[in-house]
Design a protein around this ligand. Sequence first.
Ligand SMILES: [Zn+2]
Ligand SMILES: [Zn+2]
Length: 260
Amino acid sequence: MTRRAQHFREEAAEFFWPTRCVGCNMPGALLCPSCEEELPWIDQRWSCPLCGAPYGWLTCTECDRSRDNDAEGEPQAHEEQLRAHWPARAAICAFPFDGTPAHMVTLLKDAHELRLAPLMAGALVRALEDARDVPALDGRPRFASEDIDAVCFVPATPAAYARRGFDHMELVATPLAQKLGLPLADVLARADARDQRLLGKEARAANLSGNVAALDDLTGLRLLLVDDVITTGSSIAAATHALLARGAREVTACAFARVW
Ligand SMILES: [Zn+2]
Ligand SMILES: [Zn+2]
């Protein structure tokens, strides 16, 4: 299609199906100023440093992290279990998964509203900047772009990719990396069990857990791992373990929204 034809098609689409706000459905902007104003940002000062839940700063019922470490039984076993499930050094989430942010995720994924991807990347940048002033469990800022070597993302399953024809997290991670001035490392792949043979030996070993594998040697790299939504934390954990298994030094996780 020529550029003029493309332009005409976009104009025609805008005429027949005008852009509507993802929050209030009013025609005009993709996100109108008042819905943008009302976005329910997670206050990073009160959020859980480990799992990104909105109010888990002191104790967190979502990841079962307790500052007093007063869990019954062996605190060390509890700590190990916690770390196995939340292997990233911190998790930063922009919004609770509800209302407009939840709608944005659904529209990007299932209604192919791809113009939301850079908007979501912008929201992630703001959440990450807020997280700079708040310590992670290791005492360092939860996020500092100078402490990150590359941005990577949790890839879509082969089935989802085939269905949609695009990887929505790649569409978010690309402008995110650009805005942060960091390289994008497209290093994770999800494989069906039958695709295991396509992977190398280390990747195959990593692939045993969670069907996600890192395809490259990541020795010494500090990575920012991006996903759309953190629910139980399982997929971000599997992806983090896959990155660490290939030598990544540390992984900081971030997600557009947090179910809690
Ligand atoms: Zn609106
Ligand atoms: Zn937590």
